[in-house]
Design a protein. Structure first.
Length: 387
């Protein structure tokens, strides 16, 4: 039956059934590190030790796999832990193509941690498929796409890049954090692995850190599971419960995020204090057509703007909003605002920031699910402030 169910229904039911011991409808928090064995090597159920597997985590992993249309899911203690697990598929001498605009922590992990282990990363503007063709070679083991990108919201053609990577035998991973599986399912477009920072839309309430990977490839799953077991970067059981609870409302949350962001992006585009608005749903976005093709039912809740008046004006805006709180992170029900050059992307080298347009007057908004009129009024009063 499960294969026929729609996204919203799978979000609530996949991976879960009433607890056989008590009938509890909510998946219990199996707050246990270990499981008793009647005789050495024989388990009562499927479990022996919670780093390897735990029933609450298993339910979450199955639920997430279902949402991405994958056979397998694996959960991690953070988004960067999930990213690192994929990088462990590479060995010294392997090369990786990384899209040039990514979360600052992703950039740091590739360039400052895995570079030391002999994995060479090349940055590519993947909105240009010819640039991907020019950069890829037989040494390329992994192609890492983030779309929409953080923070400049470039949109990368997942099917196009995946087709090129397949010709060269490279594994494609898509960081789907900004789009969510409700809007975009990379495995259906040819990617091999999907990655999320669950801290964002999947968690949705700014109260838990986590990451996950999904794949339908059995061999990749086996390798990734081995890394998960060996490195132990697994989420806590309570976090698993919170994420499992949150995916139930992912569809309706994301719909509201999209509706609010779309309305606010259009309004900002007409505002005299704003130089430029980046939002994949706007006709003015350079990859609007790719976004309309591969993101179904909306363009996400993230907006990035260039404010007129340089660093001072950008700082004034982020300090003066009242509902949009100044903080790193995104994807929660509450709206956030931040300054990428000083905050989330401070670890990106200044010359690369300049090349990507992560300028001093760039401000990123995570539009929450409050009433859109209140959010618009909040931005309006902050943009109106002088001096
Ligand atoms: O913070 P963590 O759960 O480890 O997730 C890392 C990560 C991975 N991928 C993307 C696209 C991300 O945006 C992030 C984290 N990003 C922020 C904290 C931020 O404010 O952009």
């Amino acid at each position: 039956m499960e294969g026929e169910l729609r996204f919203e229904t799978r979000a609530i039911h996949a991976g879960q059934s009433p607890d056989p011991a008590t009938g509890a409808i909510a998946t219990p928090i199996y707050q246990t590190s270990t499981f008793v064995q009647p005789t050495p090597g024989q388990f009562i159920g499927e479990y022996d030790y919670s780093r390897a597997a735990n029933p609450t985590r298993t339910a979450l992993e199955a639920n997430l796999a279902s949402l991405e249309g994958a056979r397998f899911g694996l959960c991690y203690s953070s988004g960067v832990a999930a990213t690192g697990a994929v990088l462990h598929l590479c060995s010294a001498g392997d090369e990786v193509l990384l899209c040039d605009d990514v979360y600052g922590g992703t950039n740091r992990l590739f360039h400052r941690v895995f570079a030391q282990l002999g994995v060479k990363t090349t940055l590519v503007d993947m909105t240009d498929l010819d640039a991907v063709r020019a950069a890829i070679s037989s040494k390329t083991k992994l192609v890492w796409i983030e779309t929409p990108t953080n923070p400049t919201l470039k949109v990368i053609d997942i099917a196009g890049v995946s087709a090129i990577a397949r010709e060269h035998g490279a594994t494609v991973t898509v960081d789907n954090t900004f789009a969510t599986p409700y809007l975009q399912r990379p495995l259906e477009l040819g990617a091999d692995i999907v990655c999320h920072s669950m801290t964002k839309y999947i968690g949705g309430h700014s109260d838990a850190i986590g990451g996950c990977l999904m794949t339908s490839d059995e061999e990749l799953m086996r390798k990734l599971k081995f890394v998960q077991l060996s490195e132990g970067a697994v989420p806590g059981i309570q976090e698993c419960f919170l994420f499992l609870r949150s995916t139930k409302t992912l569809a309706i949350r994301v719909e509201r995020h999209c509706a609010n962001a779309s309305q606010i992006a259009k309004w900002l585009e007409g505002h005299k204090a704003i130089e430029r608005v980046l939002y994949p749903g706007l006709a003015s976005h350079p990859q609007h057509e790719v976004a309309a093709r591969q993101m179904r039912g909306g363009f996400g809740g993230m907006i990035t703007v260039y404010v007129k008046g340089g660093l001072d004006a950008a700082k004034r805006l982020v300090e003066r909003t009242r509902l949009f709180q100044l903080a790193e992170s995104l994807g929660g029900v509450e709206s956030l605002i931040e300054h990428p050059a000083i905050m989330t992307h401070a670890s990106v080298p200044p010359e690369q920031r300049a090349k990507l347009g992560i300028a001093d007057h760039l401000v990123r908004l995570s539009v929450g699910i409050e009433h859109v009129d209140d959010l618009t009024r909040d931005l309006d009063q902050a943009l109106a402030s002088r001096g």
